[in-house]
Design a protein around this ligand. Sequence first.
Ligand code: SF4
Length: 292
Amino acid sequence: MNPKINIIEAKTIFTKSGLPGSDRVINPYNGCLFGCMYCYAAQIARWKHPEEEWGTYLDVKMNAPELLKKELSNLKKRLGTKNFGSVFFSSVTDPYVGPEATYRLTRKCLEVLADFGYGGEIAIQTKSPLVTRDIDILQRLKRVSVGFTVTTLDDRVSRFMEVKAPPVSSRIQALKELHAKGIRTYAFVGPILPYFTNSDRKIRALLEKLKAAGVKEVWFEHINLNSKIKSRLFSFLKKESPKLIPEFEKADTTEYREKLDGIIHLAVRELGLHMAFGKIIYHKELPKKKLR
Ligand code: SF4
């Protein structure tokens, strides 16, 4: 089935954020065609599309770059600075979801920030190597980092859990390319996949691969199995691989998380990597604040 693409006009784009480490978020799209089975945004961002399945629709905010330019200019007039804090691309979509190749909204928003001389930290997180298309703009930004979500080293697992996202091998390749071009990179290992990526051996193998790709900073996040995420994820597992359900259920205990915390902290330290926030993120509940 072809995804449903809706062209829309956004009312705001440079939105205040409740996410750890981010003051503002930019979401050039609403919805995400990668359709990951553990996606928390599937619950937050679908309020405009309550009847549609996550991964089947995308709202394209065609006016995002012009709106961003206007909002930055208004803030500058009001606050007299070019730094309004750290900016995150994106909280409820992937900024390099497939149609970005055509619409180029993320690229144009980055161009707006570069032309403005934005002074704050900009973090871009994606699962798509399409971000390498924009290296020329990234090199013009004062403070930027690009993070790739890497939850496994196995393309079969990424295809299974992150259904339509580019395979993880292409993400590692993109991390190498960005590093070689002087762009600061990081890896987001989230969620830490039960069964697939939860042993000392697999965590170390993953970290070694990331380090070899030039990554110095890693973000880890425990799987969030709140009722809405669990309902969607477990319906999928029930259909595709029911034997995994007890493995995922086990992951929702303090004992499991504490054991994993010990393994990860030791591996990160021994490999000389930096753990973002100094801890493994764990969201039990969905953020209260709507992020867009
Ligand atoms: S790429 Fe991110 S926003 Fe898109 S479906 Fe996957 S987890 Fe959700």
